[in-house]
Ligand binder design. Structure first.
Ligand code: NAP
Ligand code: MG
Length: 487
């Protein structure tokens, strides 16, 4: 007997209820490993839906703010426990929605659980300092207050961890939220919101509205009743959000693209470097904001490094991320695949030489998905588009440097500054890299991708609005300081 599972339609979550959009329209969420599979339908919401959600968040904010931090933290502990029970199901959903392997989405869900627990504990940590007043009979101190209603806009590449690392601190510091996920991965977020619902947050504290970025995302940026906006995504969209927020005086935080370099010095452990470059460049199909996309190698070891890198790259297994023997899944969407392929074409036009990869994968069942080969370009120059622009796919541009000093110059010659790493055993090289590399995340003898939830995360230059997320740094964005003088 065959059973047909009906594709589920997910609703908006507003004021503690799941409700359909006034538009009566839905968007499809497609599996990039097999574009015939629809993972779910999500609401194609309108401005009216957003207004209802913002209004609910506004109504809820007074009572939520007045709870103790510890009481707010309890809700996060509950959400963590519920997410833990659903880890396999939610990780599988994320793999179906955006393609990265189940091992990666499971790791990401585990990260989400850890973030919830970290910020649950944060509800009991200090929110201010005592500052000696010049008046010896007075008490002066700082405390922190929430912003009010926070709008959360998230991308599809980390559909679990990024929403949680924004929602958890926003909530524990006393804000209410309206979250708009990337349409590509809205089903995964709906499941996370189900966990929040089951944790029993009061109505209106957590709201989710799905729909087009140009309507719901822009609507959040423009909404007079949204006091803070936290965004992760592309530069173009981020800048528009920043401008809209600035215009009406809302606080904002933007985490955007990267063009992350790895420098391999002549004194490096080459096998370690090769392994880290492969993981940094090709895990998640190159779709991490901290992914390695430029590899700058000192001339003496260039040929040897290149040979080892190409050989290891050709061993990568490509396929459906739910198959445990597969190392790399598809690009997350057809448009992402097309972007990657067009950059590969541009690289060839500009005179770079293809060492391996470069094509869409169309063998057998893979033809139904958005697969692209892991790709390495040689003979790249600093002015090429593949060296300057974020591709967000499994593509490495190899560059040759005369020295580590020269490599650092090349590494800094981009508009981005998110993460960067160096492989070296020389303390002088290590120190000049730490001092002179323009990036928010500096890694030594480790891959460029890799973030710990208890440490600040964010970029320099065009990678960020210069704010930081995660760890204690989240407190800076999600609260305002009040200075109190008591006599
Ligand atoms: P994106 O196109 O900028 O989308 C991000 C979010 O913004 C989505 O929810 C999107 O909604 C929404 N949006 C689209 N147009 C909008 C508008 N006009 N106003 C307001 N919101 C709008 O980015 P993406 O393709 O999802 O994600 C990839 C990018 O994210 C890459 O550039 C990557 O580097 C960056 N990223 C950065 C970090 C970091 O921490 N620095 C981390 C991960 C990813 P729709 O889905 O409905 O279009
Ligand atoms: Mg999808």
């Amino acid at each position: 007997m065959t059973t047909t599972v009906q594709t589920k339609t997910y609703l908006n979550y507003i004021n503690g209820e799941w409700i359909a959009s006034a538009s009566n329209e839905v968007d499809k969420s497609i599996n990039p490993a097999n574009s015939q599979e629809i993972v779910g339908y999500v609401q194609k919401s309108t401005e009216d839906d957003l207004n209802r959600a913002v209004n609910a968040a506004k109504q809820a904010k007074e009572n939520w703010r007045k709870l103790s931090g510890a009481a707010r933290g309890e809700y996060l502990y509950k959400a963590a426990a519920i997410l833990e029970k659903r880890i396999d199901e939610i990780a599988e959903c994320a793999t179906r929605e955006m393609g990265k392997t189940f091992a990666e989405t499971k790791g990401e869900t585990a990260r989400g659980i850890a973030i919830l627990k970290y910020y649950a504990g944060e509800g009991m940590r200090k929110v201010g300092d005592v500052i000696p007043s010049t008046d010896s009979s007075a008490l002066m101190f700082t405390t922190r207050v929430p912003l009010g209603v926070v709008g959360v806009i998230t991308p599809w590449n980390f559909p679990i961890a990024i929403p949680i690392w924004k929602m958890a601190p926003a909530l524990v510091y006393g804000n209410t939220i309206v979250v708009k996920p990337a349409t590509e991965t809205a089903v995964t977020l709906a499941k996370i919101i189900e966990c929040f619902e089951e944790a029993g947050f009061p109505a209106g504290v957590v709201n989710m509205v799905t729909g087009p970025g140009s309507v719901i995302g822009q609507g959040i940026a423009d909404h007079e009743d949204i006091n803070g906006i936290t965004f992760t995504g592309s530069n173009g969209v981020g800048k528009r959000i920043g401008q809209a927020a600035l215009k009406r005086g809302a606080k904002y935080q933007l985490e955007m693209g990267g063009k992350n370099p790895v420098i391999v010095a002549a004194d490096a452990d080459l096998d370690l470097a090769v392994e880290a470059v492969i993981a940094g460049a090709f895990r998640s199909t190159g779709q991490k904001c901290t992914a390695t996309s430029r590899v700058i190698v000192e001339q003496g070891i260039y040929e040897e490094f290149k040979e080892k890198l190409v050989q290891k790259t050709q061993e990568i297994t490509i396929g459906n991320g739910l198959d445990s023997t597969v190392w790399m899944g598809p690009s997350a969407s057809e448009s992402q695949l097309n972007t990657v392929l067009s950059y590969i074409e541009k690289g060839l036009e500009e005179g770079a030489e293809l060492l391996t990869g470069g094509k869409r994968v169309v063998e057998g069942e893979l033809a139904n998905g958005f697969y692209v080969e892991p790709t390495i370009f040689d003979h790249c120059t600093e002015d090429m588009a593949i060296v300057q622009e974020e591709i967000f796919g499994p593509v490495i541009a190899l560059l040759k440097a005369e020295s580590v000093e020269d490599a650092l110059k090349i590494a800094n010659n981009v508009q981005y500054g998110l993460s960067a790493s160096i492989f070296t055993t020389n303390i002088q090289h290590l120190l000049s890299f730490v001092n002179d590399m323009e990036a928010g995340l500096i890694r030594v003898n480790a891959e460029s991708a890799g973030v710990e939830l208890q440490a600040p995360f964010g970029g320099m230059k065009n990678s960020s609005s210069h704010s930081r997320e995660q760890g204690e740094a989240a407190k800076e964005f999600f609260t305002s300081i009040k200075t109190v003088f008591v006599k």
